[in-house]
Design a protein around this ligand. Structure first.
Ligand code: GAP
Length: 518
């Protein structure tokens, strides 16, 4: 199955089972805005809990806040978002479609890379075990010519963006003969900068002074509260402030489902540190964050760091944790050493002293900041795509069958336990409900009595329920049930009284969090 097909299947699976719906679908939807359904909301909450607890509960020097979406407009002037939070956009005059110029160039490069990959696969087949990819890349004329095209375009684009030379960006698109995917024409407008912030008006006065923005990142809510939190919490450096919340960006190209949305959620943590210690903390947080991802049992080859070559003007180190989404490796989380840029800017624009008195050094300074920033929706997509599996299984009668299973890490699963009476009579439903009534305070349980037991298991597999217990006639005799494991499909008979302990050891967030401490 191609990656594209897998991705389409994941998207329709997410809709069919109540994870994600297009926003306002009955009105044909709203582009790049999505709603989380009954199971999606549970999974999202579990991801949030995992992140929040790993930050706030496991670190005695990290506290969490919940700041407002609307902020004073000067915040965005100070942060640089009003002047520089732009994407270069270009329109095709024939199709009237709008594109991000950098994405058009990125797609062009990907096409050439695909050509190189094709050459390599062909040569690999021809030469077998003796094939040396490095040597082939260095000597094959076609590969070399294509690689040169990529290098030339990348260099020109990087220089053009550094010099804010939008005419050159257009020239690159023309020289590379990039055509509009819709009209097929190369009839382009000039490239313009487009600010990604949504604006709106505060109160009833409709003038420029009342323009405010929907926050494009949650981080600024943390920066402007630095003094409040530090003072009220009597915190000493180093300490962190964590926050989960909505962010809004008027993305020009909104595609790839919940990967790039116009309304999304971020989980951000700003770690305030002594100047000069940022390299150490950068390494520490790189390691901690990668551990957080790997504790979920993710295939390690799905995750990698991608260090930034070109740093933003305020950063002195930055890396992305990239995840292998069905459409390739893409940014999932950013880890940035932001120096004293943000607090320094807010100090300048607000006229308030935003400093820390360091008793050890006996001096005051603007703290440096180490940021970890992960998109909650992207994390959701990473969990969903890593979990989606189509399997061929053998039934008891020896026949083959297909199942779709979401192998979601048990601690994140929307429903942790399905309780299934074997038949709808003989007192089995009452017994099943009795079991739920004792377990529902600790576990998210789901009762289901419709359809054959086999079909009910399939349905629970498809929504990622890690355990299902079946209440049968033997249950009434000796208070035992069968517990079925989603991944191995093995069934064991256990005493009802043992269920809380069995479940706790397998589905509780604690077991996941403990992995972070080792
Ligand atoms: N405070 C730093 C910051 O906002 P960013 O790289 O722009 O940095 C951080 O965003 C994370 O937010 C990204 O790694 C990504 O996971 C998520 N993100 C950014 N834009 C997004 C969008 N349009 N849709 C969904 N997630 C997005």
């Amino acid at each position: 199955m191609s990656q594209e097909d897998t991705f389409k299947k994941i998207i329709s699976h997410a809709k069919e089972y109540g994870f994600i719906f297009q926003s306002s679908e009955i009105y044909d939807g709203l582009s790049a805005v999505y709603d989380y359904g009954q199971l999606g909301a549970e999974l999202k909450n579990n991801i949030k809990s995992y992140w929040w607890k790993s930050m706030v509960m496991l670190h005695e020097n990290i506290v969490g806040i919940d700041s407002a979406i609307f902020m004073h407009p000067t915040v965005w002037k100070a942060s640089g978002h009003v002047d520089a939070f732009n994407d270069p956009l270009i329109d095709n005059k024939d199709s009237k479609k709008r594109y991000r110029a950098d994405v058009l160039i990125e797609d062009y490069i990907q096409k050439i890379e695909a050509k190189i990959d094709k050459e390599i696969t062909k040569a690999q087949k021809r030469f077998g075990d003796s094939f040396d990819e490095k040597q082939f890349r260095e000597t094959n004329p076609r590969v070399q010519a294509n690689q040169k095209k990529i290098d030339d375009v990348l260099l020109r684009f990087k220089t053009a963006m550094e010099n804010d030379d939008l005419a050159e960006v257009k020239k690159i698109i023309e020289d590379a003969e990039i055509a509009c995917p819709v009209s097929g024409s190369r009839n382009w407008t000039d490239v313009r900068q487009f600010n990604l912030m949504f604006d709106t008006k505060l109160g009833s006065v409709n003038d420029d002074a009342s323009t405010i923005y929907l926050r494009p990142e949650t981080a600024q809510g943390i920066f402007v509260n630095y003094l409040n939190v530090q003072k009220s919490g009597r915190l000493n450096l180093p300490f962190g402030i964590a926050q989960i919340g909505k962010a809004f960006r008027n993305e020009i190209v909104a595609r790839q489902f919940i990967f790039r949305m116009r309304e999304f959620e971020q989980m951000e943590m700003q770690y305030f540190i002594q100047p000069g210690t940022e390299k150490k903390w950068f390494e520490t947080w790189k390691e901690k964050r990668m551990k957080w991802h790997k504790a979920l049992g993710n295939d390690e080859s799905n995750l990698k760091f991608h260090d930034h070559d070109k740093l933003a003007h305020y950063a002195n180190a930055a890396t992305d944790i990239e995840f292998k989404f069905p459409f390739g490796f893409k940014e999932l989380e950013g880890i940035h050493s932001r120096t004293d840029f943000d607090l320094g800017q807010h100090q300048k624009f607000s006229g308030k002293k935003i400093q820390y008195f360091d008793n050890e050094r006996n001096e005051s300074y603007v703290p440096y900041v180490l940021e970890t920033s992960i998109g909650l929706d992207r994390m959701f997509l990473a969990v969903l795509s890593a979990s989606y599996k189509e399997e061929t299984i053998e039934k008891e009668d020896g026949k083959k069958d297909q199942r779709v299973v979401l192998a979601i890490p048990p601690a994140l699963a929307p429903i942790q336990l399905a309780v299934l009476p074997l038949v709808k009579k003989d007192g089995l439903p009452d017994k099943a409900r009795e079991i739920i009534n004792t377990l529902k305070f600790d576990f998210n349980c789901h009762y289901e009595e419709k359809d054959s037991i086999g079909r009910r298991y399939r349905r629970q597999d498809a929504i990622g329920t890690p355990y299902a217990i079946t209440v049968d006639h033997e249950t009434l005799e000796n208070n035992t049930v069968t517990i079925r494991d989603r991944d191995t499909m093995e069934q064991n008979r256990v005493k009802i009284e043992e269920l809380p302990e069995i479940l706790r050891s397998k589905v509780s967030l604690n077991s996941l969090l403990k992995k972070l401490e080792n």
